[in-house]
Write a protein that binds this ligand. Structure first.
Ligand code: 5GP
Length: 199
């Protein structure tokens, strides 16, 4: 499907625990035209997560069926679970909304192959690994093993930062949000006024 309208697709990726879910929700609250792409996953829901809002929680069997039917724009196995973005939902939602994706580097690579998608790829990093560990523990939604696994994945994850258009350090949530907001507004402005040149 051709995505030739004015709507944009923003990808936010980061090592686990850097705060991208919070930022994604903040963008959506301030800019109601942004829709958050709700992924499918085989992960068990956390206590605060709602099916259909945070994720579509499905069995491994159902996820594999969707893969076989070629229904995903992208999917990846992360921490023993599958995560993926359905083509149909993206194609329908982009007609009347800007979209924001909270997906990992593997999914970003796969989406980048579709030349018709207007992607803005943003990678968030923590200001330090110590801060990241604190956040993972504070999140209190993961077992100690989960925290360790996610913390250890940091080194592998950051190797992929150069696949992104922008790298933002999340030291202060408000500043980080403002920087992402500026990137989005710049791109929207360029699409709506193609003659606009950034300084
Ligand atoms: P969590 O289990 O903490 O919700 O997510 C784990 C990782 O999966 C995060 O890095 C998140 O960005 C990524 N993720 C969530 N949904 C998708 C998806 O649909 N595709 C891909 N490739 N990654 C996803």
């Amino acid at each position: 499907m051709l995505h030739d309208g004015e709507n944009i697709m923003v990808i936010l990726s980061s090592p686990s625990g850097v705060g991208k879910t919070t930022i994604t929700k903040k963008i959506q609250q301030k800019y109601p035209n942004f829709k958050i792409s709700v992924s499918h996953t085989t992960r068990i829901p956390r206590s605060n997560e709602v099916d259909g809002v945070d994720y579509h929680f499905v069995s491994k069997e159902n996820f594999k069926k969707l893969i076989d039917q070629n229904q995903f724009y992208e999917y990846a196995k992360i921490f023993e679970n599958y995560y993926g973005t359905l083509r149909k939902t993206v194609d329908e939602d982009i007609i009347s909304n800007d979209l924001i994706f909270d997906i990992d580097w593997q999914g970003t690579k796969q989406l980048s192959k579709f030349n018709n998608l207007k992607l803005i790829k943003i990678y968030l990093i923590p200001d330090s690994k110590e801060e990241l560990k604190k956040r993972l523990i504070k999140r209190d939604q993961n077992t100690k093993e989960e925290v360790d696994k996610r913390y250890k994945s940091f080194n592998e994850d950051v190797k992929h930062w150069n696949d992104y258009d922008y790298i933002i350090i999340n030291k202060n949530l408000d500043i980080c949000f403002k920087q992402i907001e500026n990137i989005i507004l710049l791109h929207k402005n360029k699409i709506i006024n193609p003659s606009h040149k950034s300084q």
